[in-house]
Design a protein around this ligand. Sequence first.
Ligand code: NAI
Ligand code: MG
Length: 493
Amino acid sequence: MNNISSDYPAFLANPEKQIFIDGQWVAPLEGGFIPTHNPATGEVLAQLARGRAADVDRAVISARRAFEGPWSRFTPAQRQQVIMRFVELLERHYEELTMLESLDMGAPLHGRLRPAKGGFVQTLLYYASQARSIHGETIPNSLPGNVTTLILKAPVGVVGGIIPWNAPLFGQFNVIGPVLATGCTAVLKPAEDASLSVLRTAELLVEAGVPPGVVNVVTGLGSEAGAALAAHRDVNRVAFTGSTATGREIIKASAGNIKRLQLELGGKSPDIVFADADLERAVPGVAMGVYSNSGQICFAGTRVFVQRSIYEQFIDGLAAYGRSLKVGDPLAVGTQLGPLISQRQLDQVLGYVAKGPQEGAALVSGGKRLGGPLAGGYFVEPTVFGNVTNTMTIAREEIFGPVASVIPFDTADEALTLANATDYGLGSGVWSSNLGTVMKMVHGIQAGTVWVNCYGLLDPAVGFGGWKQSGYGWKGGTAQIEGYLAQKAAYIA
Ligand code: NAI
Ligand code: MG
């Protein structure tokens, strides 16, 4: 591994991290820490405070107080300005934040995190613009007499944000952005595997002028801090990104006080390649649709449907592309793929890789953990399975690793039927130069997003969300902002 001492984040000088409530670092009431690892080496990176229900309660009280306090008197322009000031701080601290993120969850620093700066800034600027765009309506009524009817909008209140480990630095802004734009407040519960960038961001938000208590962070286990936040009686809305199984728990926990929910859950997204596609673009596009972030992306296009006449050629191209990717030290220049997040995730991925051939799939390339200088980390080769059918386990379940399952098809109708034969409906891709084929797929695929001759593009004004068991509630766009607003009708006689 590199010598990183020169720019090792100052935030890790004290590796025992506390929780962040009301603008202060505080110890959890019951004490205790959980270790967070550097997945590239397996070494302990820092200790996270093990927050529990009492800490979540304290954080929610702080968020409620802030919601009713000075923050409620911020004008839209002031909320916009505070986001803009935060953008300046984010840009100034971008190297530090991305270094923390890379150390904590293994994404390539130069190959992934640093080039994403423009996207981070644009996302936050979108939310800054939303702060000035919220408005109600006057609706003409048909009542007798002289009655004016208005629809008013108000921030919904305290929002619980439960954040996964696969991209916490970016993912948190899908909660913080709409919270700040609308005048809500938040308690964030980052994942126990990667909480550091979220903790550091909370501090920077206060520095930017966000009042203490508007964004609180309680680290801890999902089953403790996470479950307490999902069940809390004074939390009005929960935004959750993670597994479908945990999403089901959150739905149950929301029943106590009828919380509003936005759930972005698992996926097994189809990526469909027709024989008339431009393969020069489709091969790398499909490959990175699977392998980006080492496959740890909810919308990864892991069910690759390829028209039979180009099936062999395409599989060869995909395998060659995977072999060309530089997997290794996330901090090294030139690294394209880093490790998986944890031993548990490694075991899960290798378990699926073993299951493929047992059910009749052919391992075309990859499939092994990397050793040598990478033996301490959780690195897996980009993997391609051929001869896959849609009913095999590797084609049905979310692997969350760099594993492509390639399935042949003959006609567009067959591709559509196979693509939709899944419990999930998050992303999808179509590669074709025929407009009729493209439109048939765009209309027919049952998923929240269809990417055509591209994969994984996201714009905050457009947004993103799931169908079926991939969740509900839109992330981004005006639909997301509406979710952070309560609507009130006024009849004025
Ligand atoms: P998870 O869904 O359990 O964890 C996501 C977040 O939820 C974490 O912050 C966790 O602490 C919290 N959490 C866990 N249990 C909770 C509960 N009962 N109540 C409230 N919060 C809770 O996912 P995990 O265990 O990290 O990964 C397992 C699998 O989930 C992965 O292998 C992958 O397939 C999938 N996953 C999908 C993600 C996506 O973006 N769609 C992100 C992370 C995981
Ligand atoms: Mg970690």
